[in-house]
Ligand binder design. Structure first.
Ligand SMILES: Cc1cc2nc3c(=O)[nH]c(=O)nc-3n(C[C@H](O)[C@H](O)[C@H](O)COP(=O)(O)OP(=O)(O)OC[C@H]3O[C@@H](n4cnc5c(N)ncnc54)[C@H](O)[C@@H]3O)c2cc1C
Ligand code: SF4
Ligand code: SF4
Length: 428
């Protein structure tokens, strides 16, 4: 056998030093101590990290969700990473081949699930944890506007004033989500639809350390919740139980939901440079979300609505798949019903309706396979997925099945969507 094709290949986990805000969340989260830091950088030890993904969603900046296909023997050592000011580029296929990595091993490492036949992919999914990094784009759409990030790092937060706070789910139910509007006065805080901001709750945690910021997606368009004002809307769910259903009082979400008009809050950010909407005429947007994952979708929809109203946008379809347990728990349920049918194609899935079968967003996607397939075939279509971490796998598999049924091989299409910044996943 040719020794040149035998080199072991890994997907090395790296932290982007340009975006990381050195908040220590990842180091505190990693169950096996694979993350370390010095005064300069947070870094991942290649020989310890097992890719469990536990650190991905808690990271407030997304800087931790970076991966490079590397020959195992050439993995970047910790000492080198600690000196970086920016991430190195991916090794080219030629460089990998020179290092003895076979082409199929490259593809497998780069897109561990996508690169396999559907049946094999399903088997892989059953065996290994779903790796969202294999699907989600890390680059924005080509026509996205420039996003400012990290204008206010945790050591230099800015202050915003609460100018609105209402329950945007039906009142009288245990589950509660608030629409909160923050005004920045004369402090610059430019945001785009799809970005998020961090809120620092006052007080200290159980260890006596100041609370770290929690991240919230921007729910308003770029020109403000109130057009022309320097304000930003958020969609915040009051956390009253943890992911296992045990009663808990979430620190930041309860703080935000209880804010009164006139209160001030400490804000960091903005964050996010890839989950951004396309701006070119006739670009289509498919939005798939659950719960507060609707925040960025509301922002994008409202921006398109304002553009359409002003006569400045030349079409482009909007398709929304929105899931909640019940209509009462679905944020913005009322306002959604008033949007014109020729402006947005709305598909709602409820999983806990009495006397009705459970329906999830991926079920609706399969029902609308014909329309989705047409959109998948169109290079002007961009897909956005936002909500709880658990939704990612089902949604990506539904998209894969719709594509395959339409004769679009997913092992070709998936990497194209990712490379062209057309499939974005943001879950927490
Ligand atoms: C990129 C990004 C965007 C986000 N956007 C939004 C948004 O638009 N709206 C929004 O409400 N939240 C959003 N979040 C989640 C948010 O940052 C907080 O995690 C959430 O509000 C809980 O914070 P907490 O301080 O109330 O709870 P904590 O005090 O941090 O946690 C209390 C307990 O609840 C668990 N828990 C944390 N979050 C949840 C949850 N969502 N459901 C159930 N249990 C939970 C924790 O594991 C812990 O056990 C986003 C997160 C990320 C990473
Ligand atoms: S992926 Fe898992 S093992 Fe690797 S650094 Fe993150 S938490 Fe640690
Ligand atoms: S959690 Fe993210 S932002 Fe915070 S130190 Fe880790 S990589 Fe940096």
């Amino acid at each position: 056998m040719n020794a040149m094709t035998e080199a072991a290949v890994i997907r090395q986990h790296l932290i982007d030093p340009e975006i990381c805000i050195r908040c220590n969340t990842c180091e505190a989260t990693c169950p096996i101590g694979a993350i370390t830091h010095d005064d300069r950088n947070y870094v991942v030890k290649a020989d310890v990290c097992n890719g469990c993904m536990a650190c991905i969603s808690p990271c407030p900046t997304g800087s931790i969700d970076n991966w490079r296909t590397m020959p195992a023997t050439r993995a970047y050592p910790v000492e080198e990473q600690l000196l970086w000011d920016e991430l190195p580029p991916e090794l080219t296929p030629e460089q990998l081949a020179e290092a003895g990595v076979a082409t199929d091993a490259q593809a497998e490492a780069a897109v561990p699930v996508l690169a396999q036949a559907p049946a094999a992919a399903a088997a892989t999914l059953a065996e290994a944890p779903f790796n969202s990094a294999a699907y989600g784009a890390t680059t924005p759409p080509w026509s996205a506007a420039h996003a400012y990030t990290n204008l206010y790092p945790p050591k230099k937060p800015t202050t915003a004033t609460v100018v609105g706070n209402i329950n945007c789910t039906e009142s009288g139910f245990a589950s509660e989500t608030h629409h909160v509007v923050l005004d920045f006065g004369s402090m610059p805080f430019p945001v785009l639809e799809g970005q998020s901001i961090g809120i620092i709750p006052p007080g200290v945690d159980a260890n006596g350390k100041p609370h770290v910021a929690r991240q919230y997606s921007v729910a308003s368009p770029r020109n403000g919740e109130r057009p022309g004002y320097n304000n930003v809307a958020l969609t915040v769910k009051r956390v009253t139980e943890d992911h296992q259903g045990r009663p808990v009082r979430g620190v930041a979400s309860n703080y935000v939901c209880d804010l009164k008009v006139g209160d001030t809050v400490q804000v960091v950010g903005p964050f996010g440079h890839s989950f951004l909407m396309p701006n070119h005429p006739r670009s289509h947007i498919v939005m798939i979300c659950t719960g507060t994952g609707s925040a960025p979708m509301r922002a994008m929809t409202e921006w398109r609505r304002r553009l359409r109203k002003s006569g400045r946008f030349e079409g482009g379809k909007l398709m929304l798949f929105f899931g909640a347990r019940t209509p009462q728990e679905l944020p913005y349920f009322g306002p959604l019903q008033t949007l014109p049918k020729d402006f947005i194609d709305i598909n709602l899935a409820f999983s806990r309706q009495p006397d009705q079968p459970r329906r999830y967003v991926q079920d609706l996607m399969r029902e609308r396979a014909a329309d989705l397939a047409a959109l998948l075939k169109d290079s002007h279509t961009h897909f956005y997925v936002c909500g709880l971490k658990s939704m990612e796998e089902g949604v990506v598999l539904a998209l894969r099945d719709v594509a395959e049924q339409a004769g679009l091989p997913w092992d070709t299409l998936g990497p194209v969507l990712k490379a062209e910044g057309r499939l974005h996943l943001e879950t927490y």
